[in-house]
Design a protein around this ligand. Sequence first.
Ligand code: GLC
Ligand code: MG
Length: 530
Amino acid sequence: MTKRPWWQSAVLYQIYPWSFQDSDGDGIGDLRGIENRLDYLVDLGVDAIWLSPIFPSPMADFGYDVADYCGIDRRFGMLADFDSLLASAHARGLKLLLDFVPNHSSDQHPWFVESRSSCDNPKRDWYIWRDAAPGGGPPNNWISDFGGPAWTWDAATGQYYYHAFLKEQPDLNWRNPELRAAMLDVLRFWFARGVDGFRIDVLWHIVKHADFPDNPINPDWDPATGEMNRVFQLHSTDQPEVHDIAADMRAVADAFGREGDDRVLIGEIYLPVERLMRYYGRHGEGVHLPFNFQLIDAPWDARHLARMIADYETALPPGGWPNWVLGNHDRPRSATKRGSAQARVAAMLLLTLRGTPTLYYGDELGMENGDIPPDRVRDPRELREPGLGLGRDPVRTPMAWDDSPHGGFTTGEPWLPLGAGWQKRNVAGELADPASMLSFHRALLAIRRTSPALTIGSIRLIETAGAVLAYEREQDGERMVIALNLSDTPVSVDLPHGTPLLSTLGDLPARAPSLLRPDEGLILKVDTPA
Ligand code: GLC
Ligand code: MG
């Protein structure tokens, strides 16, 4: 029998490199900083880290504008620092994933510099160039995800180029075989160096309709949601051809994988569930994990969540492994969205549902969205469409390690201010407090790691009423019941006989309590007949 791939039972941890740990006093996190903090991650109990982009970049979009896919940005260190980090991670049994940004490069990438140099440059077709519309103006009505037109005029060569994001992020043309081969070589470069996998940026964006028709207008557009929603991205995203490309990437990953050393691909895809499922591939030849972001925005209602979990499980293709996410570097912090008490319930949900969970750095401390004074705003999303709450700086503030100046994150001036409350909400302080969010996460992860039911077991939703969400996980006769009170009032429950292992409230209730306290989530190990 082949062994189950490591990533199915793993807990992933996303590091935003700018904000994890600075080692050289420039106020920006770096690879040595991360290496110095690996023991923290081992003690926390996660299995793999995913680093948001660390490649050379002008940082127009904080690294999601890559100028060299096979190097390390000087702010973060050098290739030797990367090799050292990878070796240290592996020595501790931690896997390491990088962030592959295939939809677009930086406009400073030598490929784009060549491409824009003339209409007959061999790399012209590596990007997406089109003539102006017959009456002048952009070739179609597509809108950048960051607001404004998705086409920028290049006066020197008399054509427009397409960019789904900033004009500093021209989209690559995946219909060009040479570009495609060059990008697959990027994966090989890092796999050969030993990385364990990739998170793939905006995977559903990478192929566009071959004829570039106008996108349909959204009649119900609410300007408060940003200009991108003025049209439906019908022709600019999620084209059928994307699946062949995902399969090509998967074949590269599989070619490097060995039993016990599988390489994993995780696709960033914001789509409704039925369309999301196609990214597993018809026969499992797509990415291993199309990110499932539903928990981030889900209405915090037990019935709704139960239906969402059931529908997602039902929609999974044969062999498709589930995954869950509570937050990332683009979305609101869980502790802010759900409030600090329910953030614990949310964490218990994330870490006990069936499938691979991804934790966002700092969520284990209960970090909240930071307040960014106007003169410290860095995110282009906020700068281009200010005041709509679309900016992402608040969820990217530096990690606080202790109560020394700047939380021990840097000896210099941090690139973004630390979030309010860091003097208390920091690693050292929370480690010393058994009731802290961090202590709760450590306990939760410790229970999860040693429980086959929680890591790889089946899931069965339990019929409940009111604000209670409950389910059972089972594996090899081990049964765990998870019961979550999504409200701040007590609720009665009917639980099987068993031993409570962990409560979001810290102290453990009696065996199989008949009541869940306000904001209480409980893991119960069900008695099995002797
Ligand atoms: C992804 C990234 C986001 C970035 C965008 C463009 O959504 O997560 O941070 O701005 O792609 O690369
Ligand atoms: Mg630094």
